[in-house]
Design a protein around this ligand. Structure first.
Ligand code: FES
Length: 114
């Protein structure tokens, strides 16, 4: 079937999933929505536009990615790099500019498990 946007390839160069899962107050695992997940997704969308990466990089909201305690949780494919967003404006800008555009992993934002 012909693509309505004229694309000839399926998928994206980078695909960003941003957890927006919501849980009730007091849940022991917390939730990314309560830590700004939806706002972070919107920042990704704005930064993708700013960097002129629309069509190449896509940010989608996701359900629970199961690393709730580390959140707000973001994962970028195809590399499968997991990030924790602590400073939304700066972290999102760097992940799009450095990781998505230049292929450089943003080490300071990676989730670290003990
Ligand atoms: S609620 Fe975001 S990873 Fe589980």
């Amino acid at each position: 079937m012909k693509d309505p946007k004229g694309r000839t390839n399926i998928g994206f160069e980078k695909h960003i999933f941003v957890c927006e899962n919501s849980r009730e107050d007091g849940h022991p695992r917390g939730c990314c929505k309560g830590k700004g997940g939806c706002e972070i997704r919107m920042l990704f969308k704005k930064e993708i536009q700013k960097q002129k990466l629309v069509g190449k990089v896509r940010a989608n909201g996701a359900g629970c990615l199961d690393f709730c305690e580390q959140g707000p949780t973001v994962v970028v494919y195809p590399e499968g790099v997991w990030y924790k967003i602590e400073n939304p404006e700066k972290d999102v800008e760097d992940i799009v500019k450095l990781h998505c555009k230049k292929g450089q992993i943003v080490e300071r934002c990676k989730i670290q498990l003990e």
